[in-house]
Write a protein that binds this ligand. Structure first.
Ligand code: F6P
Length: 341
């Protein structure tokens, strides 16, 4: 059996560990061969594919990024499934392991359902917003990087008696902000799922300051304060209908400074959260998912993906993972309240 592997969408620490886990398992115990598809669906559409051997995956599980490259090319562009079928037949590929986030898995599920392509999936996103899997690899690394940043910002903030605003990734969900904010002892955690208003943010900042602390505010990139429409009505909206702020952290810092009189700085962590070495947890999870994806391919379980349930790796349908986003639930929001302010 010849398996094509591709990584698609935004990169994520742990992708190389998935690739290594899959190739090692497939070659050693199933006598499979592998083909590396370059830059996600683009490589499959443009026949940019090369053999992937155990030699190629040696020592890569601790390396960030993806040795295969990635892109956001849509699977239904450039000739779509018909073109893919031609390439797959010419290359003698029997199965494809697609490693990706919501968009990739939704596309992969459709390729199986509507076009009969032999695809299985591995879920990936630092945002941790995929449903039907407990955690996605990359999230632990991103939360660790954000926590380290908060720890570092605390010492400079305390020295200058300043408030610090840290903007972390999370376009639609607040998992990175919640976990790094809890771990780093933030005084305000601002996430898209629970849009508190400006007054609440100022109250948390004042409360920390009044106790002699340097207030630390962690905000998800997708957060929008309740009542923002009236405050920033002239900024225009993006394609999702959200107000364009040019970075929520940069928007909040001067608002906090003006309202509280506390000197405030903002830091945007951005793609630092996606770069560099994955944590041990992410390496292990990613490796196990890669190995499980090989089993799914060997069994012809098209449309299924490897998923984490508790400490077990199980099989679920790709469609079930992308039906809806995994939001921070009310209970997790409630439990963090006693730590804020
Ligand atoms: O989905 C993961 C993510 O890191 C989001 O948190 C962020 O909004 C987005 O990707 C950034 O994408 P890009 O790398 O294309 O700028």
């Amino acid at each position: 059996m010849n398996i094509g592997i591709l990584t698609s969408g935004g990169d994520c620490p742990g992708l190389n560990a998935v690739i290594r886990g899959a190739v090692r398992k497939g070659v050693r115990s199933e006598h499979m061969t592998f083909s590396g598809i370059r830059d996600g669906w683009r490589g499959l559409l443009e026949d940019d594919i090369a053999p992937l051997t155990t030699h190629d995956v040696r020592g890569i599980s601790g390396r960030g990024g993806t040795i295969l490259g990635t892109s956001r090319t849509h699977p239904y562009s450039q000739g779509g499934p018909e073109q893919m079928k031609r390439v797959i037949a010419a290359r003698g590929i029997d199965a494809i392991i697609a490693i990706g986030g919501e968009g990739t898995l939704a596309g992969a599920a459709r390729l199986v359902r509507d076009d009969g392509l032999p695809v299985v999936g591995v879920p990936k996103t630092i945002d941790n917003d995929l449903d039907n899997t407990d955690y996605t690899f990359g999230f632990d690394t991103a939360a660790e990087i954000a926590t380290e940043a908060i720890d570092r910002l605390r010492t400079t903030a305390e020295s200058h008696h300043r408030c610090m605003v840290v903007e972390v990734m999370g376009r639609n969900v607040g998992w990175i902000a919640l976990h790094s904010g809890m771990a780093g002892g933030a005084h305000a955690i601002l996430i898209p799922e629970f849009p508190v208003d400006y007054e609440q943010i100022y109250a948390w900042v004042r409360s920390a300051h009044d106790r002699g602390r340097a207030p630390l505010v962690v905000v998800s990139e997708g957060f929008m304060p309740a009542g923002a429409d009236e405050q920033v009505a002239d900024k225009g909206r993006d394609r999702d209908g959200r107000i364009r702020l040019g970075g929520i952290g940069n928007h909040l810092a001067p608002m906090i400074e003006d309202a509280t009189g506390i000197e405030t700085r903002s830091t945007l962590l951005g793609h630092l959260q996606r770069g560099g070495q994955p944590t041990a947890y992410d390496r292990v999870l990613a490796t196990r998912l890669g190995m499980a994806a090989v089993d799914l391919a060997a069994n012809g379980s098209w449309g299924q993906m490897a998923s984490l349930s508790g400490t077990d790796i199980v099989s679920v349908s790709m469609e079930s993972a992308v039906d809806k986003l995994k939001l921070v639930p009310q209970q997790r929001w409630d439990e963090v309240q006693v730590l804020l302010g």
